[in-house]
Write a new protein. Sequence first.
Length: 110
Amino acid sequence: MEDFLSKHPFYRPNLPLDHAPAGQPPSLVLTNSSEEQLAAFEKAAEAYVLARYKTLRFFGGLPNHMPTLERQDRIARLQDQIAFWQTGCSYAIDERLLADLLRRRKAAKA
């Protein structure tokens, strides 16, 4: 009976325990930011967050039913998501942000 039980049900042995994607997360401080700086942060943060999401398992499907985010809300959610991961909440997922990023990535490829 104990053969199939695990103390760590979500542990994936093929990934190191610190499974952050290669590269550093973008800086979360955006003071006196111009449009170019916001666009650069948004692009880098989206790439980092999507790379990090690819290392996680999702149960119950992806949240494709959620509405699109406004740009300022997306930037704030990107900052919050990265801040969660940096403070140790490595499995925190913002479902609205994930749905928005997937929708935008899908539209960019089409």
